[in-house]
Design a binder for this molecule. Structure first.
Ligand code: FES
Length: 136
């Protein structure tokens, strides 16, 4: 059996953290609104307001909304990441209130990825590999 490296352990830790976070409280969907300085300047608060309105109108209890810092991609802000359990996370770019409502209704509730404003679909990493695929 091959020896585990520190890098392997870090990757495993990150994966477990991600999986655990998604399962917490029975959540099967996690929506992250990236609210770094540039995200807020680009309109992330309006995106969050629209998302919270949509959340108030659904009776789904398995959807978790969180915020995070920026992704290091000022030019594509506001960014929103949608993680549906069992599917690769999708990062959306250039979001506004209307796009957020569309993503919520179509992707989160119906499972239809909105490719028009998807920046990337992040491949779930296995300990041996790691990648982020650009949506084309
Ligand atoms: S503040 Fe713009 S990428 Fe972080």
């Amino acid at each position: 059996m091959a020896k585990l490296t520190i890098e392997d352990l870090k990757r495993i830790k990150e994966q477990v953290k991600k999986d655990t976070a998604l399962r917490e409280g029975g959540a099967t969907v996690k929506i992250t609104v990236h609210m770094g300085t540039c995200g807020i300047a680009a309109g992330a608060r309006e995106v969050m307001d629209a998302l919270l309105q949509e959340m108030a109108e659904t009776d789904r209890q398995d959807i978790r909304v969180v915020t995070s810092g920026c992704m290091g991609m000022c030019s594509s802000e506001p960014n929103v990441t949608v993680e549906v359990q069992g599917h690769d996370p999708v990062v959306y770019q250039g979001m506004d209130a209307n796009k957020m409502r569309q993503v919520f209704k179509r992707h989160v509730l119906l499972g239809e990825v909105q490719t028009d404003f998807a920046l990337a679909r992040m491949k779930e990493e296995s300990p041996e590999e790691g990648s982020a695929e650009q949506e084309t």
